[in-house]
Design a protein around this ligand. Structure first.
Ligand code: SF4
Ligand code: SF4
Length: 265
């Protein structure tokens, strides 16, 4: 299997994976989305709320704030032996302020320097003169399968690598395909008087060009075993961290199946 990185920054990664089965690529996608643990606020105790927002709405807002995740130093609540929450499975954050002002995610003060909001600029509540809010939030590890707030990915998708063939004998250079392509994948080559593919990886495989070609001169197909994979995260984990943990989880599942097949338990 070969992997070629096409684009990479802190929160996004696009790569080409070749020589892989679609079931493996799809398993990585699904595990990345819903099985890689991240931290999110799970319970909120509102101690004071004079603001014009219901307690439930404020708690919901807090739950959706992406938090930096140090999954290595904490355990999932289900794996912890405490009754409710403890430092092994939870981190406490406090939100406190008096108006007039707007409280932002950056005003959430965490007891653990490794856990804090990914962004400081998410508005949480507007306070008018004299209004006060005080709340204690408990953040815990969880997975996207349980609730979307624990999903580290904001986008995680793949597509087959496109393959476009233009039959020069049939093509009359009518330019229908060039004009109708929604992704500017095709261009007319003035010098050679032919249609050329200028941005193959941007092709969405919609096949509009095929439908608009009266001469059946253009064919769009997929390359078996080759995919373009794109992953974007909310900043709680980097794309490579998500993929690495997803791969470990997948390997663990494969080990269980092998053990089962070999008669273990
Ligand atoms: S399949 Fe769609 S995106 Fe790809 S070249 Fe044809 S029209 Fe453009
Ligand atoms: S629509 Fe068909 S005939 Fe017209 S330029 Fe495209 S490939 Fe050639």
């Amino acid at each position: 299997m070969e992997i070629e990185i096409k684009n990479r920054d802190d929160n996004q990664l696009t790569f080409i994976i070749e020589g892989a089965d679609i079931s493996l690529v799809n398993a990585l996608r699904r595990i990345s989305m819903v099985e890689v643990p991240t931290m999110a606020i799970e319970t909120v105790e509102i101690l004071k709320n004079d603001a014009r927002i219901f307690d439930e709405a404020l708690a919901h807002r807090l739950g959706l704030v992406p938090l930096t995740t140090d999954a290595e130093s904490l355990v999932l609540p289900a794996d912890c032996d405490c009754d409710d929450h403890c430092p092994r499975c939870s981190v406490s954050l406090v939100l406190k302020g008096k108006g007039p002002k707007t409280l932002y995610s950056g005003d959430l003060k965490s007891e653990d320097p490794n856990l804090k909001p990914v962004l400081d600029t998410i508005p949480l509540v507007k306070l008018k003169e004299g209004e006060e809010v005080e709340a204690e939030a408990i953040a815990q590890l969880g997975v996207g399968a349980e609730h979307a707030k624990w999903q580290p990915t904001t986008s995680c998708a793949y597509k087959y690598y496109p393959q476009i063939t233009i039959d020069a004998d049939k093509c009359e250079a009518c330019l229908n395909c060039v004009e109708e392509c929604p992704r500017s994948v095709l261009e007319y080559d003035e010098k050679k008087k032919t249609i050329k593919v200028v941005d193959l990886e941007n092709c969405s495989l919609c096949r509009t060009c095929m439908k608009d070609c009266q001469n059946d001169a253009i064919t769009v197909d997929v390359t078996e075993g080759k995919f373009i994979f794109h992953i974007e995260t909310d900043g709680s984990l980097s794309p490579t961290e998500v993929l690495s943990r997803a791969s470990d989880i997948l390997a663990g599942k494969a080990d269980k199946i092998i053990t089962f097949k070999e008669g273990g338990s």
